[in-house]
Design a protein around this ligand. Structure first.
Ligand code: XIL
Length: 585
């Protein structure tokens, strides 16, 4: 056999300089202050200047939980307020570390006319931003300002915000410093960049109409590499009338393709969001005919819907929310499914679950197939997790084509415990099933029943960041393929009062939560630090029939090459070949 001498050209496959850690610093949301607390006004040499008054007030007459700072100056046309920078963060430090600064401003609701104001922001004695874009006075509306931070030469610990206007009265909220994580010009600051490197699906639910022509669509495409339709692939959306299909979700599939994103399918078999004709048709029959009718309807639906998007959907939620609430079985101790679901009553038992998986697999053999549910994920804390384990194991043992289990993970800051999810992952992986997170949101604040009585606090936002970040670390450590959140910005969540509970990764103004940054750190750290043993080769001798396996950095085999130069034709990212890690740019 002919021998080839293959040299490693490490220099053309060198590693990039990795960016330094970065974070969002939320300086003031004012929610942790007592109503009526009075902020210090700006003083000069101990002397108060401009005579402004700054008091904590409720953000609206209906909410006592969301607070802001009300600045007034009855004696002049300028209102200044001084905000202290946290310990150890003087203006110079802040300017070195953060690229921009944002806050929300509102003019008094009594003034409804449109006007132009001049805004000044000062770090210490240095004016960082002056003569801002004109403030269009809009009644009772918080407007977000984002200002670049330029260099300042002062170590003053105070930051001042001033508004020149008549009267000198304004409301200010959500003051924060951040690096522009959602800016595509700096992709290595996004989670998406690192998820792409590792072939992981990191995504959000979206709705038809999304387009990269606006900031929202850009934010989605820049920060996520996977989308799922919030409603438009459900039964009532796709087959509103019997055998008449509606492909409203096509536009989102196109959006995903245009942006090199993947699409999850949600969902084929669920008790919810079914059109009335389904139960009417099934209930019109009885006995064996009834079962046959249910089989006909579900089989046709799955073949048509999965077939329509064949090859374009990475994962399908084949069965959604089939388990009863409140069960707490042991491993091997069984489970109970919702016997009132139209599919259960139609089929006359839970074998609709088995059938749905088989049909989905036949319709698109490449799609990964999942069973999905809520209140599952925390092994000891959520008994339904073990019901899911028992059911999934039954399906797996029966040879049903199931790839894994989706934990929806609609949860809250105080309750959620990522280490419990780790325990679950270990259990499911031991029986050959993937675990993915499909619909995560993590609310802060406090509810009395369903009524929100307190908004998320600053310390809860920090805990939220820790828990989201820890979960991301765990998902990567166990090579879980998918991590999806159920929405982008807090104000567009399906959850009630979400603008105050802030369950997602972006604020309403599309600036990232601290949680976004911790998730990014987890992805970045994992991409950069792998446990691959470094083996020193100067040269590798192979014969031309020997092929080298190419692995993703999480150890999945992604191809075979017969010379290192072939690696350069692979998509950008990290690869492992012969125990060495390479970066293809
Ligand atoms: C929700 C959507 O977000 C809402 O817009 C819709 O009104 C109801 O359904 N679990 C699921 C999702 O599997 O399909 C649900 O989505 C949220 C809970």
């Amino acid at each position: 056999m002919k021998k080839l001498l293959l040299l490693f050209f490490v220099s053309i496959l060198s590693f990039p300089a990795f960016p330094a850690d970065s974070e969002v610093l939320t300086l003031y949301t004012f929610n942790d202050f007592e109503l009526g607390y009075e902020f210090p006004v700006v003083t000069s040499n101990g002397k108060q200047i401009y005579g402004a008054k700054a008091v904590i007030e409720a953000a609206s007459s209906t909410s006592k939980t969301n607070k802001l700072l009300h600045v007034t100056n009855p004696t002049d046309t300028i209102g200044y307020v001084a905000l202290e920078l946290p310990e150890g963060r003087d203006a110079i430090y802040t300017c070195k570390k953060y690229e921009s600064f944002s806050f929300q401003l509102r003019r008094p609701s009594s003034n409804t006319e449109t006007e132009t104001c001049v805004l000044e922001i000062l770090f210490g004695s240095k004016r960082v931003y002056a003569d801002s874009e004109p403030v269009k006075r809009q009644s009772d509306k918080l407007i977000t300002y984002t200002c670049p931070i330029t260099k300042v030469s002062t170590n003053n610990k105070q930051m001042r915000i001033a508004l020149l206007a008549t009267p000198a009265e304004f409301f200010i909220d959500n003051v924060k410093f951040y690096e522009v994580a959602y800016n595509i010009d700096i992709p290595d600051k996004t989670v998406r960049y690192w998820a792409d490197q590792m072939g992981k699906n990191f995504g959000t639910c979206v709705n038809p109409g999304i387009s990269t022509g606006d900031t929202f669509g850009k934010t989605v495409a820049n920060n996520f590499n996977t989308v799922v339709l919030e409603n438009s692939m459900k039964f009532d959306a796709t087959e509103p009338n019997r055998n008449q299909f509606n492909w409203n979700a096509d536009g989102v599939v196109t959006f995903a393709k245009q942006n090199n994103m993947k699409v999850r399918g949600h969902t084929l078999t669920w008790h919810g969001q079914n059109p009335d004709w389904v139960s009417n048709a099934i209930n019109a029959k009885s006995g064996a005919e009834r079962r046959q009718e249910a089989i006909n309807i579900l089989k046709n639906h799955i073949f048509k819907v999965v077939g329509h998007w064949k090859g374009q959907i990475v994962e399908w939620d084949v069965v959604n929310e089939c388990l009863n609430d409140g069960q707490n079985p042991a491993v091997g101790g069984g489970y109970s499914t919702r016997n009132w679901s139209v599919w259960y009553t139609g089929f006359g038992g839970e074998d609709y679950i088995d059938s749905a998986f088989v049909w989905a697999h036949q319709a698109d053999p490449d799609a990964k197939l999942y069973i999905n549910d809520y209140n599952v994920g925390m092994w000891n804390k959520e008994g339904k997790t073990r019901a899911m384990y028992n059911l999934a194991k039954r399906l797996k043992d029966a040879g049903i084509p199931i790839d894994g289990v989706g934990f929806q993970t609609h949860t809250s800051v105080g309750y959620f415990d990522p280490s419990e999810v780790e325990l679950s992952i270990q259990q499911f992986q031991a029986i050959g099933l993937n675990v993915i997170i499909t619909e995560m949101d993590m609310e802060g604040g406090q509810r009395n029943g369903t009524e929100l009585i307190r908004a998320i606090s600053d310390s809860e936002l920090k805990t939220q960041a820790e828990k989201y970040g820890k979960l991301a670390e765990i998902l990567l450590k166990y090579d879980c393929p998918t991590f999806m959140v159920w929405g982008v910005a807090d104000n567009r969540s399906w959850l009630d009062c979400s603008e105050n509970t802030k369950p997602l990764l972006f604020y309403a103004d599309l600036t990232p939560h601290e949680a976004y940054i911790t998730v990014r750190k987890a992805y970045q750290n994992y991409a950069v630090k792998t446990d691959v043993p470094e083996v020193e080769y100067e040269e590798l001798v192979i014969d031309n029939e020997v092929k080298l396996d190419v692995y993703s950095i999480t150890g999945q085999k992604v191809g075979v090459i017969s010379s290192m130069s072939e690696l350069q034709d692979y998509p950008a990212g990290f690869y492992i070949v012969g125990n060495k890690k390479y970066l293809v740019k």
